[in-house]
Ligand binder design. Sequence first.
Ligand code: NDP
Length: 462
Amino acid sequence: MSAPLASFDYDLFVIGGGSGGVRAARIASSEYGAKVAMAEEYRMGGTCVIRGCVPKKLMVFAAGHGQSMDEGAAYGWQVEKGRFDWMAFRHKLDAELNRLESIYTRNAESAGVTIYHQRATIAGAHEVKLADGRVVTTKHILIATGGTPFIPEPYRNVGAWTSNEVFLADKLPANLLVMGGGFIACEMAEIYQGLGTQVTQMYRGAQILRGFDADLQEHVAAALVQQGVALEVNTDLVSLEKLEDGRFRAKDNQGRDRIFEAVLFATGRTPNTKGLGLEEAGVTMGKGGEVIVDDYSQTNIPSIFAVGDVTDRIQLTPVAIREGHAFADTVFGGKTTKVDHTNVPSAVFTRPEAGTVGLTEAEAAKEHDIDVYLASFRPMQTSFIGAETKAMFKLVVDQASGRVLGCHIVAPGAGELIQIAGVAVKMGATKADFDATIAVHPTMSEELVLMKKPTRSVSRQG
Ligand code: NDP
């Protein structure tokens, strides 16, 4: 255990009370006895808890109940489906977020962390300035300020939503334009469509979810359309104005001129580093404003570290938590710990969900001769009632070693399935290991262990 150093007010000052920062602060304090303070200018819990993963997932559940009612009716239930009461949901959501926020605060404080509920900036390699003018000294500083939604320049001040505002809306719009083709755009398009809003999703590229496996992209795009989302690819705005009645007039590069009740920009997130004093302290930053760190989350200034979205490594909560924990182990616990950023599973919470771990087919084929195993089918549960939506299970396998390099799933519950498949891929499981596992019947995921013959083989490209 490292004893607090008399020459500094704190051993560690964490800027940002989100998932990564809180984990680092708690471990440094409660496990390793460091004297720790933290500053949070908004609400404890950060993006994930307050305006990201958690409220989003609750909205996914809300939208899913609407679909369940339709499916129940198709199975034979007599169902009277009313409208979704957004404000009833929002009151519950607000209460839940308040509860989670206080848990985050309590957990940090009971671990011995002093919380300053105000903005803090870096005043030097060992100094932090608080918004109330106080300056505190600290042996180490951890930047865990996360990211902020990005809106392209011409549309920044029009008054459109970002993911920050969706959870604060006071009504459900009748129609919504969603800009973007990434995680947030796809999830929000499906959620709002499921809640009863008519959604138009506009994406500038040829296919949504850039960077994901091509078959996964195709299945999610088809599902969006089947849910009723008007998905417009190769399309971008040319102008957007807010009308006097609060609606938006959107003109696009396909010549359309339309009115939307609400517009949501889900066009990426940028690191929260503006005005933090990083440049003045000499911290090296990347082109996008991200803090550059080494494998141990250390910046070029030895006393300053950064974890989570602000470093723009992988923008996922569990990754930030791992980075925060590894930082505390390394700096205060005497256990030098690197986070392995390979084979990180993730999920997109569309309907059905998409889950992915490891290499896409295209990535794998750059390095290996591969076999691709692909099962695409209408799942029993919904084909029974005539739904066209397809599930997909895909394994990308290295021919030489038999190792499963990537697993991609589009199916109800794919977020849950990919967590388990992720263990196998992380362990280096081979296709033979999958084959040796007996199927659970009747399930959709039994396809993962039943695909005997490759759908195609691809020789290494270049
Ligand atoms: P993404 O980077 O996933 O997607 C951004 C989208 O906006 C892309 O389709 C991009 O297009 C488009 N875009 C970017 N700039 C412009 C522009 N100037 N004009 C038009 N379109 C533009 O960001 P998200 O905001 O969706 O999500 C941010 C991060 O949050 C994700 O990377 C993810 O890691 C994380 N997240 C994770 C979730 C999960 O795990 N379920 C859920 C939500 C977020 P193009 O592809 O052409 O660049």
